[in-house]
Design a protein. Structure first.
Length: 341
């Protein structure tokens, strides 16, 4: 049975993973009810919202002059307040009717190191669409909870959350983040690297959706013999006509090498700056990876090779954060120490 269930409740408390690439919503007592791209398509003349989520993503790179398709979040935080507000409202209305008499509590995941101004923007966006109390939860903490780790123990655990806009490497102990490095290199930068490679080497333009498809189907962080050459069609820079390009697995791997190495380096830095006793705990427990970017083939193997520490994918990397925020929502009292506002 699908984990995405259709609720028949009104204004129940919610948890939200408001991500650069995707937004996921957990409804209290129900589970994950929404998982859609964080994209909004709107009419640039009338400012009318035309589509949100999956439907809006289809517009990326294909819009006429009077329509704009945008991602209102950049690097995990709100870049366009009005569009983000419209997106949240549309997502909420997809899953339940908002009740003006009962304002639901909501847990929202945000990047570690978010500024006070950015916190205020997230809270105001939720309140403007009818939410009551807003609890903010750092994404690595939510990922650790969602992975089933006991965050309350006096023991160091490392989790790497690779989303669309940011990679966060955090060391967690006693319900707190002992150290965290936030890197603005993640899944979107891998896509951009593929786009730049096609332009620089093959003189071909491709769109964001094509680059993402290439990454998902053919990219890897280490040499994997079973991968096959990948064919795609783009626009020839010189003639503006369609042009087919065949990329070898090695070529794709080299195209994304720079952002992949940046992620590995951030893990190394985190280990350097973490106290020795906590590093010992991490060595015993291993490193955990969550987020869509952690699904890049061989990335956990590369991190293992570079750190000499076992690296595990969480059971459901794409859902770890929203499930963790959902668990915190269901047990607000037990997890009150983890909220940052």
């Amino acid at each position: 049975m699908s984990i995405f269930k259709l609720p028949s409740f009104f204004s129940k408390n919610m948890a939200m993973d408001l991500g650069t690439a995707n937004t996921l919503i957990y409804l209290k007592g129900v589970g994950v009810v929404l998982n859609e791209p964080s994209v909004v398509a709107y009419n640039t003349y009338s400012k009318e919202v035309l589509a949100v989520g999956k439907e809006a993503k289809k517009y990326l790179g294909r819009t006429p002059q009077h329509i704009s398709a945008v991602r209102p979040l950049k690097d995990g935080v709100i870049a366009d307040f009005v569009i983000t507000q419209a997106m949240i409202r549309n997502f909420f209305l997809k899953i339940q009717k908002m009740n003006r008499f009962f304002k639901p509590k909501v847990v929202i995941c945000v990047p570690t190191g978010i500024t006070q101004v950015e916190k205020k923007a997230v809270i105001e966006a939720a309140e403007e669409v009818g939410c009551g109390t807003v609890h903010l939860l750092e994404e690595p903490m939510a990922a650790a909870i969602g992975a089933g780790l006991d965050i309350s123990e006096n023991k160091g655990r490392m989790i790497i959350d690779i989303g669309g806009g940011t990679t966060e490497v955090a060391v967690i102990t006693m319900s707190s983040v002992a150290y965290c490095e936030s890197l603005r290199v993640a899944g979107d930068e891998l896509n951009e690297s593929i786009i730049r490679h096609l332009f620089n080497k093959h003189k071909v333009y491709i769109g964001e959706n094509s680059a993402e498809k290439c990454k998902i189907e053919a990219a890897s962080a280490v040499d994997l013999p079973l991968l096959q050459p990948y064919s795609l069609v783009g626009k020839d820079v010189a003639t503006s006509t369609p042009k087919e390009v065949v990329l070898t697995p090695e070529e794709i791997r080299m195209a994304i090498k720079e952002p992949v190495n940046a992620i590995v380096e951030s893990v190394r830095r985190a280990l350097e700056k973490t106290p020795a006793d906590l590093v010992t705990d991490i060595y015993e427990e291993g490193i955990y990876m969550a987020g869509g970017g952690s699904l890049l083939r061989g990335l956990n193997t590369l991190i293992e090779n570079e750190t000499k520490i076992a690296c595990h994918l969480t059971d459901e990397p794409l859902l770890s954060i929203v499930m963790g925020s959902g668990i915190a929502l269901e047990k607000l009292h037990d997890y009150k120490k983890v909220f940052i506002n």
